[in-house]
Design a protein around this ligand. Structure first.
Ligand code: SF4
Length: 348
């Protein structure tokens, strides 16, 4: 892998819970609890997991929209998690974000021209009106929108077009890294594919790194280089796209993948239904955080937290099964889930 553009080391973001008469701290929400990864120039890393697993909080912490509790965020060799606001301003340009809802992220009182011109002016990338307009016209070409659309208002566009405007605005700052926070989740299937194709083309053309935060594994499968799976504030598995989708190692990943639709109608995938809800991040289970829902759970899981460590090559998983050389695959999981279900029925 080439020199990382972004390194995140043991990142933690805890939110205090305030209560009582005087608003004292009564606990913590462990939203992100020791997350480490890196992204190279021109690479896409997808951060996936169920809603509430902490993936969007990781994105916000990298963007410094939230102060971090501990850990390091290193951007292009410089630590930014503790950088002063003044110094950070110069680096802000190199990380941009595209949010899920393009309508709320675009100022409805600004025409498209002004929306895209703002970062160009703020970062001093062009100063004359003609130079700014030229940049905006090129950006409209890049996101495949007509140049004359710059004179319209955000509400005049469809969801997909608004997301293209959001991408043009992000590109206007000439970033090295774009964080796409559920950037295609609110779009129709065909529009989703168009925006993903656009992001991939822009990545190839501009050498952009992408942190793609999503709960949609079907989309991730088509566009990522590597995947990091999060559960309850921690990364539980990280590997290349091919490894994650062909040979998942963690029971949680196996269960998530079992719910992804298979394009071939002749192939049937056994859906693994996880029992119970995701535990509260203010009171994560002891031992393995996934043990309350894991069909493969055994005694050690309830007392000892598994480390994220290599299983084969660069494939990493946090699961004791890989130390005990037990079989971890979809077939074993399906058998274990059915055995658990039978036990539950027998107990009633
Ligand atoms: Fe399941 Fe145990 Fe592995 Fe956790 S450590 S995922 S509970 S088998």
């Amino acid at each position: 892998m080439t020199q990382p553009i972004l390194e995140v080391n043991d990142l933690k973001k805890h939110f205090p819970i305030r209560g009582g008469l005087f608003g004292q701290t009564t606990g913590q929400v462990y939203a992100v609890d020791g997350v480490s990864f890196s992204i190279a120039k021109g690479e896409t890393l997808s951060l996936v997991g169920e809603s509430g697993c902490g993936k969007s909080t990781v994105g916000k912490a990298i963007l410094r929209l939230l102060p971090v509790t501990s850990g390091q965020v290193v951007l292009d060799g410089q630590r930014i998690d503790d950088m002063s606001a003044g110094k950070l301003r110069a680096l802000r340009r190199s990380v941009q974000v595209v949010f899920q809802d393009p309508f709320s992220s675009l100022n409805p009182r600004m025409k498209v021209r002004d929306v895209i011109a703002e970062p160009i002016i703020n970062f001093g990338l062009a100063t004359t009106r003609a130079a700014i307009d030229e940049r905006i016209a090129l950006l409209m070409d890049k996101v495949r929108l007509p140049r004359d659309a710059v004179n319209r208002w955000p509400h005049e566009f469809s969801g997909g077009q608004r997301q293209r405007i959001g991408i043009a605005r992000a590109l206007a700052a000439e970033p090295d890294l774009i964080i796409c926070d559920e950037a295609v989740s609110a779009l129709d299937v065909s529009v989703k594919a168009q925006i993903v194709n656009l992001l991939q083309d822009l990545q190839k053309e501009l050498g952009l790194a992408l942190l793609f935060i999503s709960h949609d594994l079907a989309i991730v499968e088509h566009m990522t280089h590597r995947v990091a799976v999060m559960y309850l504030g921690k990364i539980v598995e990280m590997a290349t796209r091919r490894e994650i989708f062909a040979n998942p190692k963690h029971p949680y990943t196996i269960a998530l993948l079992s719910a992804v639709p298979v394009p071939d109608p002749g192939r049937v995938r056994d859906r693994i239904i996880l029992k119970g809800d995701v535990p509260s991040p203010s009171n994560p289970p002891k031992g393995c955080r996934f043990h309350t829902r894991c069909p493969m759970v055994f005694d050690r899981c309830r007392v000892e937290e598994p480390e994220l460590k290599p299983t084969t090559g660069t494939h990493m998983a946090a699961c004791h099964l890989h130390d005990s050389h037990r079989q971890v695959d979809a077939a074993a999981m399906t058998l274990a889930s059915s055995a658990n279900a039978r036990q539950a029925v027998a107990a009633t």
